[in-house]
Ligand binder design. Structure first.
Ligand SMILES: C[S@@+](CC[C@H](N)C(=O)[O-])C[C@H]1O[C@@H](n2cnc3c(N)ncnc32)[C@H](O)[C@@H]1O
Length: 289
């Protein structure tokens, strides 16, 4: 791959998915795109790039999907699901007792292990949630991972990663070598394709947002922008869960960490001024402190 090809792909990926590649990541692009170039009948990356420049929109989608990291597993990092069970859900059972409804968004849901882990936690509280309307919305940029998520079918290896055996037995059905999540749990999750770089206000307001292990791929400005828009769709007493390597600290004051609850954040009520207007227009914003 020539340096201009790399620069072209870096820019394209940043615009399309927010992926922020440093100058030394050629090997990563090559390892993901050479197989795609060959599969799509091109001699290599240079030919692939020429084809894209000539207006290959479908090919761009394939390139963007090939460059996403879809790593995920059931109850990943455990702690966020402990927070959901021990802190978030008890708080919502009280605060939403009047309207008896809860909306949860898994904002980069990959192949579904995250939204289905959330659904199983809620299922385990079925008695307390009897008569409640519970919605889990799973979104991802990649149609390929969404299709797998919708199917709810996982390999033996996938169900062995993070999923307690009693939940496997209770909520999955084995067919040959594969396991499918049961229709009652699957039915709790709605799937939609969504690019976090684009407007998501139409999804409505959520009580809880899981936005985990996706912001790490964005640059600072894109993170700030995304946090601002996440705040707009989160109820003022709602809760945000980030990945183990992610934080709002030093990035935005739109959210504040919940004391003693690593990875759990709430909208910041004491924020002096909202930058959301400027963010919506894509302007560079300096976080207020
Ligand atoms: C590493 S996975 C994280 C999955 C899950 N949240 C977890 O923590 O296990 C990251 C996911 O983010 C998705 N993604 C990447 N860029 C995105 C974007 N701009 N908008 C929406 N999803 C994106 C990828 O397709 C991928 O499925």
């Amino acid at each position: 791959m020539t340096p201009p090809d790399y620069e072209y792909l870096r820019k394209l990926l940043k615009e399309r998915s927010g992926l922020d590649l440093s100058a030394d990541k050629q090997y990563l692009v090559e390892s993901r795109l050479i197989p795609l170039a060959h599969k799509s009948g091109h001699s290599g990356i240079s030919e692939l790039v020429s084809r894209i420049k000539g207006g290959g929109e479908a090919l761009i989608t394939e390139v963007v999907e090939a460059m996403t990291t879809n790593e995920t597993f059931f109850f990943r990092d455990k702690i966020p699901f402990d927070h959901l069970r021990e802190t978030v859900l008890p708080a919502l059972l009280q605060s939403r007792a009047g309207r008896r409804s809860i909306r949860i968004w898994s904002a980069a849901s990959s192949t579904g292990q995250e939204p289905y882990s959330i659904a199983m936690v809620l299922k385990e509280h079925a008695q307390q949630l009897a008569g409640w309307r519970v919605e889990i919305v799973a979104t991802d940029l990649s149609l390929e991972v969404l299709e797998k998520s919708k199917s709810g079918i996982y390999s033996q290896f996938e169900v062995q990663r993070g999923l307690p055996i009693q939940l496997l037995v209770k909520y999955f059905t084995q067919t040959g070598e594969l396991w499918q999540i049961n229709p009652d749990v699957r039915g709790m999750v709605q799937h939609r394709q969504l690019n976090l770089l684009q407007n998501f206000a139409h999804l409505g307001k959520f009580d809880v947002i899981f936005c985990r292990n996706v912001l790490i791929y964005f640059d600072q400005e894109t993170k700030v922008n995304t946090f601002e828009r996440l705040k707009e769709v989160l109820e003022t007493d709602g809760m945000l869960l980030l990945g183990a390597a992610e934080s709002v600290v030093g990035i935005t004051d739109a959210f504040r960490p919940c004391p003693d609850r690593r990875g759990l954040y709430q909208p910041n009520p004491s924020r002096v001024r909202s930058n959301s207007g400027a963010m919506a227009q894509g302007l560079k914003v300096v976080a207020t402190r």
